[in-house]
Design a protein around this ligand. Structure first.
Ligand code: C2O
Ligand code: CU
Length: 573
């Protein structure tokens, strides 16, 4: 019944994408250390001979450098917005305080520099950064202002895994894109028929004949990929969005929706001379998913331009691996175990939330959006949830719209506890920050809102189909601080430091968030004279007594391992 259409797809498709990929895959530059300078540039790139395409880039003309972060490091970033637009940069997947998170409230006006700084607390995995300006996320991200983040930690470092960037460990930023007749990038249409990896169209990668690691990021605005290898060559997923799986999971297919990451190992041993395509087997995607033959679950539900797009419902190459001779000292085997993930027990949940996705419009145009979460669209001025610090919560996501939505939440990583009534399959049983919720499905996850609280600091949750997000399929929450601490105090020192009460009548409690210890404290009076010094504290919490000192303002200087935090306290009697 759908045969003629599929045949047409193959013909149209063949004319758009060369069967033999011919452009060498670009590998993004890297930045490492503890200070990162990111310049957001309004620039251009030649994607098609004879055409200059206007783009955004970070330090370059399309996409940005891969940032290497080490867990435990305190890092500083200077994000210089050299665009004409106000934007933001969000560290997708990283557990940082709200004011460092780069959501829609943390705007960077043109020609200014945003300087977030935070400690890397995340597990080794693949994360990314991208703009998050309300109503403009899709535009800014689609033009190219995004990049990958690779976090390393000691657990991952102890494993025998490929980790030579660009040699046996490759970043693959996967994007479908729409271009107009002048080869300018188009947002907000369903004509995303050009596929690029790391900004390279028709890419090939000389790939050594050994165990190779790929870090896949779906950075498309809307398209969901059904990843597999030509000839159904098996591969092993080793990491989800926020960390390693317990053990490699052998697969021949998995879905990767916008925002999601997956690290896979492929054993190309003995295959020198062969070419293997990385594919999206979208002909196998069930209806009701952007990328399937039919984007909505029911017949007749479509998105303007969707049925003309040759990628929909078709199997197509994302890029090709040209297998070459192995490197020196190749990794030749797949590890049997990786790490131990310990999801919070379901019985430990302090609260439950239900989020229901529905279309704003009914009928055949329902899938064109916008979409509600619990009957509301995003409002910058509304705090949808106030969550107590350290709450463990189970969120139930129910999709009552005809199209699948990849749901993403900031601040936390979660564990899926249930998909459509069943436990998650092994490759989705790790730390996640995006989960695809198909039409009619219910997905539950458990997470803990820990470390950071700030009653004014907004974290987002939203659909990661960027058109849906921009149209308001988003909400925001704050993590509230313990009640004995005032707002002003808790925000001090990037929320790593809490001094309370302020004002005080005698004692001041100084408390660090979690795992940072205070090494010493000095207190100065208003004349700058040091009145108290406490050395060798090595605790996360300590008390200073000001009882014997006169009423006034005191400056506390708190030394932690790598920096000094300063905070004023007033003493009243
Ligand atoms: Cu990748 Cu709120 O975003
Ligand atoms: Cu959506």
């Amino acid at each position: 019944m759908k045969k003629p259409f599929l045949t047409l797809c193959v013909i149209v498709f063949g004319s758009l994408v060369n069967v033999n990929a011919q452009n060498l895959l670009a590998i993004p530059d890297t930045l490492s250390g503890t200070t990162f300078n990111l310049n957001l540039l309004d620039t251009n790139k030649v994607f098609f001979t004879g055409f200059t395409t206007n783009t955004f880039g970070v330090n370059t003309n399309y996409l940005g450098p891969t940032l290497f972060l080490n867990k435990g490091d305190s890092i500083h970033l200077n994000v210089h917005n050299q665009l004409m637009d106000t934007t933001t940069i969000h560290w997708h997947g990283l557990h940082v305080s709200a004011k460092n998170d780069g959501g829609p409230h943390i705007v960077i006006p043109p020609d200014s520099i945003w300087k977030p700084s935070f400690r890397v607390r995340d597990h080794a995995s693949t994360y990314w950064y991208h703009p998050h300006m309300h109503h403009m996320t899709n535009l800014h991200a689609a033009l190219g202002a995004a990049g990958m983040i690779i976090v390393r930690d000691t657990i991952e470092a102890a494993l025998t895994l490929p980790r030579k960037y660009g040699v046996d460990d490759f970043p693959l930023v996967l994007q479908s894109k729409s271009f107009d007749a002048n080869k300018q990038i188009v947002v907000h249409d369903a004509a995303d028929s050009i596929f690029m990896v790391n900004g390279t169209i028709d890419a090939y990668l000389p790939t050594p004949a050994q165990v190779v690691r790929f870090r896949l990021l779906n950075a498309s605005s809307e398209r969901i990929l059904y990843i597999g290898l030509q000839g159904n060559l098996p591969f092993y997923q080793i990491a989800t969005d926020g960390g390693l799986l317990n053990a490699p999971v052998q697969l021949t297919r998995f879905m990767l929706s916008p925002g999601e990451r997956a690290e896979i190992l492929v054993d190309f041993s003995g295959m020198t001379g062969q070419n293997i395509n990385l594919m999206s087997f979208a002909s196998e995607l069930p209806n009701g998913i952007y990328g399937a033959l039919q984007p909505g679950m029911g017949p007749g539900q479509t998105i303007p331009g969707y049925t003309l797009n040759p990628l929909n419902g078709a199997d197509y190459p994302l890029m090709s691996f040209s297998i070459v001779t192995p490197t020196a000292n190749p990794v030749t085997s797949i590890p049997t175990t990786l790490t131990t993930n310990t999801p919070w027990p379901i019985a430990s949940a302090d609260d439950f939330k239900t989020l229901i996705f529905t279309p704003v419009n009914q009928g055949p145009t329902a899938i064109q959006g916008p979409f509600y979460i619990n009957n509301t669209l995003f409002d910058m001025g509304t705090i949808n949830y106030r969550i107590p610090l350290d709450n463990i919560e189970i969120w139930t996501l129910t999709n009552q719209s005809p199209i699948a939505h990849p749901f993403h939440i900031h601040d936390v990583q979660f564990y899926i506890t249930e998909i459509a009534g069943a436990a998650p399959p092994p490759h989705l049983a790790g730390r996640k920050d995006v989960v695809l919720v198909r039409p009619g499905q219910t997905v539950k996850f458990i997470t803990k809102f820990e470390t950071f609280c700030d009653p004014m600091g907004m974290y987002m949750y939203h659909c990661h189909m960027l058109t849906h997000e921009d149209e308001g399929m988003m909400g925001q929450f704050v993590v509230e601080c313990p009640t004995n601490v005032s707002a002003e105090e808790i925000i001090a020192g990037d929320n790593e430091l809490i001094l309370f009460p302020n004002p005080t009548v005698d004692k001041v409690t100084i408390k660090m968030n979690r795992d940072v210890v205070i090494s010493s404290i000095a207190v100065y009076d208003f004349l700058g004279k040091r009145i108290i010094i406490k050395n060798n504290i090595n605790q996360i919490e300590t008390i200073v007594d000001l009882q014997q000192h006169p009423t006034g303002i005191y400056l506390f200087e708190i030394n932690i391992n790598d920096k000094v935090l300063r905070k004023k306290i007033s003493l009243i009697k």
